[in-house]
Design a protein around this ligand. Sequence first.
Ligand SMILES: Cc1cc2nc3c(=O)[nH]c(=O)nc-3n(C[C@H](O)[C@H](O)[C@H](O)COP(=O)(O)OP(=O)(O)OC[C@H]3O[C@@H](n4cnc5c(N)ncnc54)[C@H](O)[C@@H]3O)c2cc1C
Length: 479
Amino acid sequence: MPSHITDKTASIVIVGAGVFGLSTALHLAERGYRNVKLLDKQAYDLSHYSYEKGCDAASADINKIIRSAYGAQFQYQELARDAMTKWKKWNDEVKTGKTVPAGFSADDALFINNGCLTMTSGSEMDQFERETIQNMERVGLRDTQLNLNDPSDVARARDSGFGFVVDAFNIKNKSALLDTRSGFVYADKACHFALHKVQKLGVELVLGGSKGTFAGLLQDAGSTTKGVLTADGKAHKAELTIMACGGWTPSLLTQLDHLCETTSGSVTMFKLPPNNKALWDRFAPENFPTWSHDIRRGKYGGLYGFARDPSGVVKIGYRGTKFTNPQTQADGATRSVPATRWTREAIRQIPLTAARVINAFVQEQLPELLECEMTTRLCWYTDSYDNHFVIDFVPDTSGLMVATGGSGHGFKFLPNLGEHVVDKIEGRKNDYLQHWRWRSLSPEEMAYNSIMEGTGSERSLHNQPLTAGECLSGRLSRL
Ligand SMILES: Cc1cc2nc3c(=O)[nH]c(=O)nc-3n(C[C@H](O)[C@H](O)[C@H](O)COP(=O)(O)OP(=O)(O)OC[C@H]3O[C@@H](n4cnc5c(N)ncnc54)[C@H](O)[C@@H]3O)c2cc1C
């Protein structure tokens, strides 16, 4: 039951300070709401979203792709273009000293525009890339999409400062489309920046330990949600509760069964040897683009990667198979739940399938990485069955909303997603919200809809459970 709110003094509790919760808190505060509380089990005010310091949310990562290329999905393209404008403003806020969280200096940037190169095996571009070109043309940006198999586009790339992309990979027998507007953000830093803004705007933060851990909803005898209970036994009363717990949401809010599922992506991090200047230069963001390979081509594709970070880590991810971790829950139902290096059943490895696909690509294209020390990570997505977000009031109750279903492409919208969540809260008309409504899909609607960032594999309904013993970590050259 929608329970729209426009009273700026209304009490609102958001559970989860990943991209969805953070962006919601930010925009509520920017629109003047004065009684907003943001809870998270992670002490992000201290850990600054660092994976190395125990954070395992999807948002707590070293880097994420920022792109506006969205194939036929024109609305997401425009939403991403709006987000990019805001990412650039955030860069300026750091540079000019307007917003400087602890540990930041004026030299820090969040968004790095080093281009995104989409490669596919074979000389034909996928339909997704062809549709991106058409949709960029609609908004006068055809020139930002460069076909690196076309000599005149190669010349354009060199003239516009993207010559380094032309030489980054061996693209013989591959289609290669460079999106010059794209790149990546330093994800943990970006969340730290947003949390700082949220705090400055007066949002109350309740972070870390039992005081920040959601333990249940406060509900009256009718069907009204009155806030949440945290693991320390404290009641946080609220007129509106928003659940934004990423991969944990489907097991905390079981009404999401059949709409969202938690699946993992496999991530490898190669540590460049500290004294190998040539390698540090080769993978520096000014010399190496953000990239993807056969990203929508199933099990043997689904690869994407980044330039090195300031500590010399080169990250490559695999999304060609979505793995699940099905667990029987208190209500007897089986749901996939995150298993990470930091959960009770810790996992430090990735499935062999993922390691093999990454290995094959690295052998062919980036053999310098083979002998580097490698660590691995499972990072958990919240996939909706049609890959659209889920931002709506929960049916059959009032006072309860959900903001989740990032489906592998939510991070780029950190600066602007919350605007739309607040529109939903206030009952405003907004074209995006129709796609993000609470829904149950017909079989036809469930047909695969490839808008995701790092995917293209089987649909969520056909995921593969993680199999113990079939995993790898260490060095890729061992395979
Ligand atoms: C491997 C991988 C690669 C991706 N790559 C990209 C990309 O390149 N570009 C892009 O745009 N998007 C990308 N995405 C998608 C993007 O990261 C997500 O859409 C987005 O980060 C999801 O944010 P969230 O807030 O929904 O979830 P999360 O970031 O997972 O945050 C959920 C929060 O809820 C908290 N929480 C959970 N349970 C509780 C509880 N009981 N009590 C209190 N707090 C709780 C968690 O601690 C966490 O902070 C990727 C995702 C993955 C997994």
